[in-house]
Design a binder for this molecule. Structure first.
Ligand SMILES: Nc1ncnc2c1ncn2[C@@H]1O[C@H](COP(=O)(O)OP(=O)(O)OP(=O)(O)O)[C@@H](O)[C@H]1O
Ligand SMILES: [Mg+2]
Length: 297
């Protein structure tokens, strides 16, 4: 079976410039990343801030150009495709901040009509289709007349999801879709995404630094650290038997819900509750005491 999405050796360098604008080097924001997602599955990309998650999403969306490597959608390279309407119909993205992703001067209905019009839905069908999409994301159909400032954060994110679904995409990229929301709202938006995924047979690339969400949502996870995937596998096995120190540290900082989970929790000391740098990790692995835990003599 062909994978919905396949990423091979994807690399993105950003130039580093000094204060005179001269290039002094490169940041390897994404470094030789490969993974694939089967149709109808959820791939979770985890990793701390700056690890390269959004850069990967932006390259898949065609918003950033890879330095090297390949991205295949249903077996076809997307090079030169991403700007086309046909591509936009297949791949859509939901961003982290629902507030800034909706135009404040457009009603909800007008916002959802933008992709409908762009992809050739006849004007006469817009009203019915907007109502249908609002129902899909469990919002009252009269919300079509509201403006973004009249909605809560969770409701705004539902509208953003409705808008992404307007063109019936096959792959939906979710870049921290709930991190700007309260925990209780977060859970309901995640439930909605799970339901929609099953109903519509969607394939998801789910990006989050929140491993407890990942555990409930993703079939497979990849853990990104400094632009590289350091660990990948079925979600259950990565959570039960993490192979990489960095994964263990990420897991050790996940809140524990049950005694069962407490028993599974890796026993690794956290350095002041922070995710450590690569140097600190090496020191930990080699048995040295983290600098911040040493007592002055
Ligand atoms: N346009 C850019 N120009 C230069 N450097 C960039 C650019 N975009 C991202 N970077 C750098 O690339 C690295 C990865 O950034 P990216 O936004 O992909 O991380 P992230 O994992 O999405 O982080 P977060 O969890 O904070 O959203 C960072 O070091 C960032 O500073
Ligand atoms: Mg990001």
């Amino acid at each position: 079976m062909t994978n919905m999405l396949e990423i091979a050796g994807l690399t993105k360098l950003f130039p580093v410039r000094n204060r005179f604008g001269r290039k002094t080097g490169d940041v390897r924001a994404v470094d030789d990343v490969s993974f694939s997602i089967e149709k109808g599955k959820v791939y979770g990309l985890a990793g701390e801030s700056g690890s390269g998650k959004s850069t990967i999403a932006r390259m898949i969306m065609g918003l950033a150009k890879p330095t090297s490597g390949d991205i295949l959608l249903s077996g076809h390279s997307i090079t030169g495709e991403t700007g086309t309407r046909a591509y936009g119909r297949k791949v859509q993205m939901v961003f982290q901040n629902p507030g800034s992703s909706l135009n404040p001067r457009r009603t909800v209905g007008q916002s959802i009509a933008v992709p409908l019009a762009a992809h050739g839905t006849p004007l006469g069908e817009h009203k019915r289709r907007i109502a249908e999409l609002l129902e899909m994301v469990q919002l009252p159909t009269d919300f079509a007349l509201r403006y973004p400032h009249e909605l809560s954060g969770g409701q705004k994110q539902r509208v953003a999801i409705a808008r992404a679904l307007a063109v019936a995409p096959q792959l939906l990229i979710l870049d921290e879709p709930t991190s700007a929301l309260d925990v209780s709202v977060q859970a309901r938006v995640m439930d909605l995404l799970v339901d929609l995924g099953q109903q519509l047979g969607l394939t998801y690339l789910f990006i989050s630094h929140d491993l407890s969400l990942m555990r409930n949502f993703a079939d497979t996870v990849g853990v990104l650290y400094l632009g590289k995937i350091v660990e990948t596998g079925p979600t259950a096995s990565v959570f039960e038997a993490p192979q990489h120190d960095y994964t263990r540290l990420l897991l050790a900082s996940v809140p524990v819900i049950s005694a069962e989970e407490e028993a599974m929790r890796p026993k690794i000391p956290l350095i002041d509750g922070e995710i450590p740098t690569a140097e600190q990790l090496i020191a930990l692995r080699d048995g040295a005491t983290p600098v911040s835990q040493r007592t002055e003599t």
